[in-house]
Design a protein around this ligand. Structure first.
Ligand SMILES: NC(=O)c1ccc[n+]([C@@H]2O[C@H](COP(=O)([O-])OP(=O)(O)OC[C@H]3O[C@@H](n4cnc5c(N)ncnc54)[C@H](OP(=O)(O)O)[C@@H]3O)[C@@H](O)[C@H]2O)c1
Length: 384
């Protein structure tokens, strides 16, 4: 008992020094030295029993260790739209006990288990924000449902199984409102994910995403893992995929309007413009993601969305983008293009119960910031 308490004291001091000096990379101690410390810390957590320490000593020591130890937060898909939002939000609200590591597919191909294992071995995360996915708009999904299913199933299985193996304390994964049943009552809530088949346009992506919820339940029930998920509505913002054929609706509109204003061409909106969506700015979503990682403890998913009343038509979204560019030229609706699901209104009551005062960025302001970012970065630094 005495030996263990002394060891813990040493650990407290080491972690204390680290927290005074800030980021461990700056100390040049990472990774082998700290990895050993972290393993040591884990070993003590796992093997400490009331036989060795009294319950009060144990819980007191654990609390101290948790306070002193830095969270290593691995963000898979860190180079994408939502990942960049998290980078911005974490820089705006930095915490001394958190270190973020943002991964892209260049760091590891997460469809490959060994490559995924190497990245877990390298960073020894205590927390994972799991965003990496094969993501696409309506038309991209319609062309390749099988690939969307297989790639996302492989990524999710690898990340969650390795998070369990490496004893990650918490994983927050990302679902989407577009995975809900096609035929449903509105508004959609968190209990309805598995209530019926998804829309035929994106069944591959949807079923793979639904399986994250199945795995979270299993890891929770069988292994006590704190794995959970969030369900965002349509996300937009800087660093999106602005490819004209395969992007989501807002980045597609931004790109098209940019070209229209440059070349003085008519603005073509795909579909009738009548379909309705709730849009969330990537930076707002990221602030909510950080709250989930820090404070939300249910294994069940939580919808991260603006209110039902904030749902707008594609026409209204296009008008906001046109305002963002000051565009007053001719408009065309290409009705040969599909509208996709007419609406998928989601209810944010659960979120509001937890965070009644959270303020979303006004839509026009967020759209303007996105248009400005696109114009500033086009074409060299934009995903096209
Ligand atoms: N965008 C939306 O409207 C929306 C709505 C609801 C939910 N979501 C969910 O939010 C999450 C993030 O979406 P996003 O819009 O930010 O996507 P995104 O911009 O397309 O980014 C995808 C990210 O995943 C990484 N990635 C893809 N395949 C990978 C692989 N095989 N191995 C490792 N990394 C891989 C990409 O890395 P590279 O940059 O190296 O390619 C990128 O960082 C996804 O889980 C998505 O389902 C998105």
């Amino acid at each position: 008992m005495e030996t263990q308490t002394q060891t813990e004291r040493v650990l407290f001091q080491v972690f204390g020094v680290l927290s005074i000096f800030g980021k461990r990379n700056r100390l040049g101690l990472d990774p082998p030295g700290l990895r050993a410390l972290r393993r040591h810390h884990r070993h003590h957590r796992e093997h400490r029993t009331p036989d060795l320490l009294t319950v009060s000593q144990a819980s007191c020591s654990t609390q101290h260790l948790h306070k002193m130890a830095k969270k290593i937060i691995l963000v898979t898909g860190g180079s994408g739209l939502v990942g960049n939002g998290i980078r911005i939000a974490s820089e705006r609200d930095p915490r001394d006990d958190e270190q973020f590591i943002f991964l892209s597919s260049k760091d590891a191909d997460l469809t490959d288990k060994e490559s995924t294992r190497k990245v877990f071995e390298k960073h020894q995360p205590t927390h994972v924000i799991h965003l990496a996915a094969k993501v696409g708009g309506l038309y991209g999904n319609m062309k390749a449902n099988l690939e969307f299913f297989r790639i996302n199933m492989a990524i999710n299985d690898n990340v969650l199984s390795l998070a369990k193996e490496f004893k990650v304390e918490k994983v927050v994964s990302c679902l989407s409102t577009c995975i809900f049943p096609d035929k449903t009552t509105y508004p959609i809530d968190e209990t309805m994910v598995h209530n019926g088949p998804p829309h035929t346009s994106n069944y591959g992506y949807s079923y793979a995403k639904r399986m994250i919820d199945v795995m979270n339940k299993g890891y929770n029930q069988q292994h006590g893992c704190k794995f959970t998920s969030v369900i965002p509505t349509n996300v937009f913002g800087p660093h999106d995929n602005f490819n004209l054929e395969e992007s989501h609706v807002i980045p597609g509109l931004v790109h098209k309007l940019h070209v229209c204003t440059q070349e003085n061409k008519p603005f073509t909106v795909w579909g009738t413009g009548k379909a309705r969506r709730q849009f969330i700015y990537s930076v707002d979503l990221a602030r909510l993601f950080l709250w989930v990682m820090r404070s939300y403890d249910e294994p069940e998913p939580i919808i991260l969305s603006v209110a039902e009343e904030a749902e707008i038509s594609i026409k209204e979204a296009a008008e906001a983008v046109a305002r963002g560019y000051g565009f007053t030229g001719e408009w065309i609706y290409d009705t040969t293009r599909s509208d996709g699901q007419f609406k998928k209104t989601a209810c944010n009551d659960k979120l509001r119960k937890y965070l009644p005062d959270f303020k979303f960025t006004p839509f026009d302001e967020a759209i303007k910031e996105t248009c400005d970012w696109f114009s500033k970065n086009y074409p060299d630094n934009v995903r096209l």
